[in-house]
Design a protein. Structure first.
Length: 227
């Protein structure tokens, strides 16, 4: 096939489904829709002003993310979060994020360090605002840069498939008052290790963060299950 001089698309166009997906995902993460709540297609169509086809496609995507479940005779509901699922997610994150952090530290450049520090500022600001949707976006951007710097694009694809459930756990634990070290301080430690080209410190910082988050999630989810 001859070279016809097509230029690279730098930014993918935002579709209507993308907009609807972001709105419903944020509503779930923000707690507007609680675990177990029914997601009625007709109501969502009326509230968002979109067709049932768009809503159904969006709910299928959120099902794949683990934020929505389809229950016989009830239809789509907001998925419950349980400890068994959360434990698996933390174990996967530990493997992928420690490897990415160490590789990112080795590959660090001044340009990437600046982008990471900017993303950290945004993450801290979102944490102070206590807005779960904003916290989800800021944390996702911070970790996206780590995986980009590591050049672990396949691993990042896996993380993105889990991002819906990760975001709910992240909101649950980053804002918890049961931490030995506040969530933003963990992020600061990770960022400092990365920009200092220190893979061992990056490994330790990510491990400490995930171990503490996992312990908090276990306690909170166990308490919720007992209730």
């Amino acid at each position: 096939m001859s070279n016809i001089g097509l230029s690279k698309i730098e930014q993918q166009p935002i579709t209507l489904r993308d907009v609807v997906l972001e709105k419903i995902r944020d509503a779930i993460i923000d707690g507007v829709f609680k675990p177990g709540d029914r997601l009625v297609e007709r109501v969502l169509c009326e509230q968002l002003g979109v067709s049932r086809t768009v809503v159904r496609e969006t709910l299928r995507y959120l099902d794949a993310e683990g934020l929505v479940s389809h229950v016989p005779n009830r239809g789509p509901i907001v998925a419950e979060m349980n400890w068994d699922d959360a434990q698996q997610i933390y174990d996967i994150r530990l493997k992928l994020e420690t490897a990415a952090a160490m590789a990112c530290a080795r590959n660090m450049t001044p340009e990437l360090a600046q982008r990471l520090n900017t993303a950290l500022v945004d993450l801290k600001r979102a944490g102070q605002d206590q807005t779960p949707g904003a916290l989800f976006k800021a944390a996702t951007q911070f970790y996206a840069l780590i995986f980009e710097g590591a050049r672990h694009n396949i691993a990042w694809e896996i993380v993105q498939r889990l991002n819906g459930r990760i975001s709910r756990l992240r909101v649950l634990t980053l804002t918890s008052d049961q931490r030995d070290m506040p969530g933003p301080e963990h992020m600061q430690s990770i960022c400092t290790a990365l920009v200092n080209h220190d893979p061992d410190a990056a490994l330790a910082a990510v491990t400490d963060h995930l171990h503490e988050a996992k312990a908090i999630a276990r306690k909170l989810l166990s308490n919720h299950s007992e209730r």
